[in-house]
Design a protein around this ligand. Structure first.
Ligand code: MBD
Ligand code: FE
Length: 322
């Protein structure tokens, strides 16, 4: 596999004011304004994991996948060439802005700007959260996951699986069609939901402690309309999370407790009990779909469906904000 994880996501925003407050007070990320005025958000030692760029056209976004090394980066370029996908090797200046050594870009079949890089530039200054926090679960698992709305899922699946080398984790057809794809032991680094239009749906970041998520949930409830999906637990990756609305017309899923899979032995299957075991009232769904989703959750509960107990390697220490 040439790609190893999700590196970063960049989004457009009309202004940085609301984003600055949201990313620090609620999400606990570490902000930095670069020389071009982009808001770079750190979650770990990477220069940026999320970028808020007021120069992008409204609704525009880019996202970057990390190649294992220079060889994997070259191999991916050859693969794109063979598949007839036009791509551009980006100049050093843009690579530097992204905080990477080498960068190339292309479009996926839905028109999303996809970037591939290798050699992330790491900051020597330790990550300091903006509120007391145990930290984000990144490392080899990458930033988290990105989920896209797609008008047509089939060409996107073919592209990500056959050309870019993603593995299918699982999929569901009701109450909406969703496909989950992995590159590493994170259950999914990418998901595609067929909603009839193309765009970014949400980006998930995972916390080391459930309490970090619960405490953020309290903060989110101080603002009317901030919560886009209520606290709940997913039925496939077992993530406990809620979703925060952002000024950029997509959501941030704030989660804890995602399962690990072994990509070498994993077999993809359809799952039938809906996207969540409990909670996750989705304000973005039309009313009849919300009703359907609730019925499926109640049935999953009555059928005795529970996530197995799983534990994480390692421990955490709460870092107090400065
Ligand atoms: C997820 O992380 C998710 O965002 C959805 C919609 C379904 C299952 C897992
Ligand atoms: Fe998600």
């Amino acid at each position: 596999m040439n790609l190893k994880s999700l590196g970063y996501v960049g989004v457009a925003a009309p202004s940085l004011e609301e984003w600055t407050s949201l990313s620090t007070r609620l999400l606990g990320m570490q902000p930095h304004r670069d020389s071009s005025g982009t808001l770079q958000l750190r979650l770990d030692d990477y220069q940026q994991r999320l970028a808020i760029d007021t120069r992008l056209a409204p609704g525009d976004h880019y996202y970057g996948w990390e190649a294992g090394d220079a060889g994997a980066f070259e191999a991916l370029a050859i693969r794109l060439d063979q598949a007839g996908v036009p791509f551009r090797v980006e100049p050093a200046q843009l690579a530097q802005q992204r905080g990477v050594q080498s960068l190339l870009s292309f479009r996926d079949p839905a028109g999303n700007r996809v970037e591939v890089f290798h050699g992330p530039i790491k900051s020597e200054i330790p990550f300091t959260p903006s509120r007391a926090l145990s930290g984000f679960r990144t490392g080899g698992l990458g930033l988290g996951h990105a989920v896209f709305n797609v008008a047509q899922v089939e060409p996107m699946l073919r592209f990500y699986i056959d050309v870019l080398g993603f593995g299918l984790s699982d999929y569901m057809l009701k109450p909406f069609k969703a496909y989950f794809l992995h590159l590493n032991s994170r259950h999914h680094s990418l998901a595609l939901i067929e909603t009839g239009s193309n765009g970014l749906h949400h980006v998930m970041v995972e916390l080391l402690s459930l309490d970090d998520v619960g405490q953020a949930y309290d903060i989110a409830q101080l603002e009317e309309e901030r919560i886009g999906v209520t606290l709940g637990r997913h039925s496939n990756d077992f993530m406990t999370s809620f979703y925060s609305r952002t000024p950029s017309n997509f959501m941030i899923e704030y989660g804890w407790g995602g399962r690990d899979i072994d990509p070498a032995t994993w077999k993809a299957e359809e799952f039938f009990h809906g996207a969540s075991l409990w909670g996750h009232e989705r304000y973005w769904l039309p009313p009849e779909k919300r009703k359907h989703a609730l019925d499926m959750r109640l049935k999953a509960a009555a059928d005795g469906f529970r996530a197995p107990v799983h534990v994480f390697e390692g421990n955490y220490k709460v870092v107090t904000a400065c």
